[in-house]
Design a protein around this ligand. Sequence first.
Ligand SMILES: *Cc1c(COP(=O)(O)O)cnc(C)c1O
Length: 368
Amino acid sequence: MIPFLDLKEINRQYHQELKEACSRVIDSGWYIMGNELKAFEQEFAEYCGSTYCVGVANGLDALILTLRAWKELGKLNDGDEVIVPSNTYIASILAISENNLTPVLVEPDINTFNLTADGIESAITEKTKVILPVHLYGQISPMKEIMQLAKKHDLLVLEDCAQSHGAMIDGKKAGTWGDAGAFSFYPGKNLGALGDAGAVTTNDEELLEALSALRNYGSHEKYKNKYKGVNSRLDEIQAAMLRVKLKHLDRETKARQAVAKQYLDGIKNPLIELPEVTTVEGHVWHLFVIKTKYRQELQQYLSDNGVQTLIHYPTPPHKQEAYSEWNDESFVVSEELHEEVLSLPISSLISFNDIKVAIEVINNYKVK
Ligand SMILES: *Cc1c(COP(=O)(O)O)cnc(C)c1O
């Protein structure tokens, strides 16, 4: 079986370095909010090209706490509208609901899977305060156009970068276009910890300070609490693991891009639609997602022929029980995508030959 993603093999490459980093933390006697976190925050900010980075416990918290910080800073109020893609992973939307803000679902472009400036603009109302673009599957959204819109309508922009570490437009990376970027380091993400972790990038010192307090009980100074905060810290062990993995991220991204190119050049089956790529550097290929009217049959056929695939995602957010208030609404683009998308194996380690075999199998697929 050609596996969808072999995390064990990926982390095994760095076994020695990871063990050394782990020992360093064990021997330091300091396990929360110490030098590893500080160093990782600095290194990740530098990697992205942002002034600041704040580590938090996971990607969902990175989104939740940024919106919360804007509320604490008086920039947002209950009921304000936040524009978010209708086809995103549900976490982007949960972060909005959690803050008593109103998610406004906007349909993506059916070929890039991302929001467009036109789609966003037609959804802007007097209550709109934030645009939350999601760089889905690793491809950065059209940030130049989105930032122009944000400027025109005086809106905040929070980029959901959970799938897009290092994706860029004209050399400027995801997480540095908007007012803030929220990252996840869930183990399977392009930059993955060995547990949960997340971070926010920003150039805004006021936001940095609010986030630093909010993640630590709302405490800006020991035993002084400015906000009713939460415990959402990125621990020293995970920070140390991430420092090791960050050093290899660009090489891993190049390997993913090579796999994607091999698929894009090799898949020639009229039953399958390939993803639209805006620029080479704009896509870090967290996932390689094709579309087909024959998804269920194709997935079974690929499985029978030794190619493991997954679906990202089988149910659109507006059809989830959690959002029963939206269950009767229709978002046709999103519904079509959720019926047709299929994610092929991709990773920094998968071999040229495995991809070649997968392509042959895919090209031989016919409707029964
Ligand atoms: C993974 C993911 C998140 C959530 O990150 P966690 O670290 O799992 O909380 C948010 N948004 C998107 C688009 C994601 O893919």
